[in-house]
Design a protein around this ligand. Structure first.
Ligand code: SAM
Length: 224
């Protein structure tokens, strides 16, 4: 019999390589030079590319690979993942999907994580032999169809309110539930997806906090 597993998607994540329109911006050129990389190969990062981001549409929310890093560390190091009850995916603003092998040990160090993401965007899989991380061009809706879930929940500040404990109970009624968490700092999802919107708290929280709450609430129901 198939094990019950939670499929967690960090969606519309603000993770991308530097867009073509700003590759010549001094903030990008200098940063790339310092890192001995081609400007178009570096990952956009609001901490270092703030002035260049002002020239981009949605510049106020783009360049946030740190959100993906923290969410993934929390998810992959969770008890749920160690018990093989979790699959994690990252879907990005430009419709790329990162498939993550559950045994992956991500770099704890942020700069190393950025280096890994740069290799992934360049090569399509890392490490090249083991392919623990794989990148494919894919929309959020196509990823959802591929997983073949029996329920889709979208974590949203304006969703139906439910305390995490009750959400865990609800999730545990399904075999292959998908939970979608926005991998962006402000605003709403860009992708249009059908699903049940759930709010876990009366205020907006950071994506990694919601990731933790969801994982632990489900874990308490399925791991006895
Ligand atoms: C930092 S929030 C997104 C930004 C938020 N809309 C804002 O403008 O502050 C990142 C993600 O965390 C999840 N999230 C944040 N607060 C939540 C809440 N109270 N209940 C459920 N999910 C929440 C949602 O999936 C959201 O897309």
């Amino acid at each position: 019999m198939e094990k019950k597993r939670l499929h967690l998607i960090i969606a519309d994540a603000e993770l991308e390589t530097v867009p073509e329109t700003i590759v010549d911006h001094p903030a990008i050129v200098n940063y790339a030079k310092r890192r001995k990389k081609k400007p178009e190969r570096v990952i956009l990062d609001s901490t270092y590319h703030h002035s260049a981001l002002r020239q981009l549409e949605d510049g106020g929310r783009r360049g946030r690979p740190d959100i993906v890093h923290i969410c993934l560390l929390n998810a992959l190091d969770s008890i749920l993942n160690k018990e093989d009850r979790l699959r994690v995916y990252v879907h990005t603003r430009n419709d790329y999907v990162i498939y993550i092998d559950p045994t992956t040990r991500l770099p704890r160090n942020y700069n190393r994580f950025i280096g890994l993401m740069e290799s992934l965007f360049e090569k399509g899989a890392v490490p090249e032999d083991l392919k623990l991380l794989r990148l494919e061009k894919k929309s959020l809706n196509d990823l959802i169809s591929e997983i073949k879930p029996d329920a889709v929940f979208i974590m949203h500040e304006n969703g139906e309110f439910m305390i995490p404990k009750h959400f865990g109970k609800l999730l545990s009624k399904f075999k292959r539930p998908i939970v979608i968490v926005g991998g962006f700092p402000h605003g709403d999802f860009r992708s249009k997806v059908e699903g049940i919107k759930i709010s876990l708290y009366r205020e907006p929280l950071m994506a990694w906090t919601i990731v933790n709450e969801v994982i632990v609430s489900y874990e308490w129901e399925v791991i006895k």
